[in-house]
Design a protein. Structure first.
Length: 164
C-alpha cells in the first residue's frame, strides 16, 4: 500500500469516526502526494464543510467533481456540502444527479426528503421518506430521531411510515 493509499484510508476512517481535523490532515497529505486525487479532494471537502467551513469545503468538492465528473460519490458530497451551506435547491439538484446514476441510493433519496421537510413541503417530504424506507428500512430509525422530521412526530402518515 502506498503512502497515498494510507493517507486516504486513514482520512476515510477518521471521517467515519467523526474526527474531521484528522480527516482534513490526512486528505491534505494524500493530495500532496497526488494532486489529481478526486477522492482525496472529495473527502477533504466534505470533512471541511462538516467542520464548519462550508465555503472551503465547496471549493474542494468542486475540484473533486472537476477531476472526476463521473464519480457518484463526488455528486453526493457536493449535495451534502450545498445542504450544509443552506443552499437546498442546489443540494437537491446534486442528490438528483446521484439518483440518475444510482436510482436506489438510499441516502440521496433521504436527502431529498429532508430538503422537502426543511422547506415545509410535508407531502413531498413524506413521499420521499417513504421511498427511502422502501429501499432501506433502517431509515425509519434515522428519520424518527433527526430534527428534519421533528415536527412530523404527531403526523399520522409519518407514524405509519416510520412505524411509531
Amino acid at each position: 500500500m502506498t503512502n497515498l493509499d494510507n493517507h486516504l484510508v486513514t482520512a476515510k476512517q477518521a471521517l467515519s469516526a467523526g474526527d474531521y481535523t484528522k480527516t482534513i490532515e490526512e486528505a491534505t497529505a494524500s493530495i500532496k502526494d497526488n494532486p489529481n486525487s478526486s477522492e482525496a479532494y472529495s473527502v477533504r471537502g466534505f470533512a471541511t464543510a462538516l467542520h464548519g467551513d462550508t465555503a472551503k469545503g465547496l471549493i474542494d468538492t468542486k475540484k473533486a467533481y472537476d477531476l472526476d465528473p463521473n464519480n457518484v460519490a463526488n455528486y453526493y458530497n457536493m449535495a451534502m456540502v450545498y445542504k450544509l451551506q443552506g443552499q437546498l435547491n442546489d443540494s437537491k439538484q446534486w442528490f438528483e444527479k446521484v439518483l440518475e446514476k444510482d436510482p436506489s441510493n438510499t441516502w440521496s433519496v433521504y436527502g431529498i426528503a429532508t430538503i422537502y421537510a426543511d422547506q415545509g413541503d410535508d407531502t413531498k417530504a413524506l413521499e420521499w421518506l417513504e421511498k427511502a424506507i422502501k429501499i432501506d428500512p433502517s431509515v425509519k430509525a434515522v428519520a424518527a430521531e433527526q430534527d428534519h422530521f421533528a415536527r412530523f412526530h404527531h403526523n399520522a402518515r409519518f407514524k405509519t411510515i416510520v412505524g411509531r
